[in-house]
Ligand binder design. Structure first.
Ligand SMILES: [Fe+2]
Length: 255
């Protein structure tokens, strides 16, 4: 069994002009692919690891043999974090609604306060890493992680995240991380975050599935693993027709 790169679920130019097509091509096609490849190398020959999904690996880091623990941490994290990141990006999704919106108001006061705190986490992460909105024991929390560390390893449930590695924005924004972070609010898939929230909280799934364009037969044939991408623990069942899929682990294919 080997890990494979999950399809993006939308076109590389779908997030223009906030994230440019070239950045997306390299980020998904090269960087994400490299994490997949390096995770396969890290677990090769270790039967107890080879069968695990990236999410399972991230949850059991302390039990991973020391000689490959750092590699598994970095590359399983790189695989899972990016797959999750792609799933929460989409244009024209306006604002959070329903139970998630209520929880945001309760925890932060309003959406603007959440944005401020999230922005500080994204800007305050020195070097490479991520900022996250997570559920921690049922409570909304903002945090950041270094490198490819993931909240999943801490038992938290991600709802949103932003990649603040330079590879995520440098081609378009160069050193202007603040501008990239500010534009992030224009490409959040709030419907997906609401779904993750509902699943983690044991609530009914919010609203009707989004209307998305059906892929053509040719597109479907080009992305045969799209339906097989594995969901997160927070989202065990993909119930919407949203093309992005939650990551619990990159789907594996048999050798
Ligand atoms: Fe990245």
């Amino acid at each position: 069994m080997e890990h494979i790169l999950p399809p993006l679920g939308y076109a590389y130019d779908a997030l223009e002009p906030y994230i440019d097509v070239r950045t997306m091509e390299i980020h998904h096609g090269k960087h994400h692919q490299a994490y997949v490849d390096n995770l396969n190398k890290a677990v090769a020959g270790k039967k107890e690891l080879e069968e695990k999904t990236p999410e399972q690996l991230l949850r059991m880091l302390a039990k991973v043999p020391e000689d490959v623990r750092d590699a598994v941490r970095n590359h399983a994290g790189g695989v899972w974090n990016h797959t999750f990141f792609w799933s929460v990006l989409k244009k024209n999704q306006s604002k959070p609604k329903g139970a998630l919106a209520e929880a945001i108001t309760k925890e932060f006061g309003n959406l603007e306060k959440l944005k401020e705190e999230f922005g500080r986490a994204a800007m305050g992460r020195f070097g490479s890493g991520w900022a996250w909105l997570v559920l921690n024991k049922g409570k909304l929390e903002i945090m950041s992680t270094a490198n490819q560390d993931s909240p999943v390893s801490e038992g938290k449930v991600p709802l949103l995240c932003i990649d603040v590695w330079e590879h995520a924005y440098y081609l378009k924004y160069q050193n202007r991380r603040a501008e990239y972070v500010a534009n992030f609010w224009s490409i959040i898939n709030w419907r997906k975050a609401e779904e993750y929230f509902a699943l983690a909280m044991g609530l009914p799934l919010p609203m009707k599935p989004e209307k998305t364009e059906k892929p053509t037969a040719e597109q479907a044939a080009e992305q045969p693993i799209a339906k097989a991408a594995v969901p997160t623990a927070a989202a065990p069942i993909e119930k919407t027709t949203t093309p992005v899929t939650a990551p619990s682990g990159t789907k594996k294919k048999a050798k």
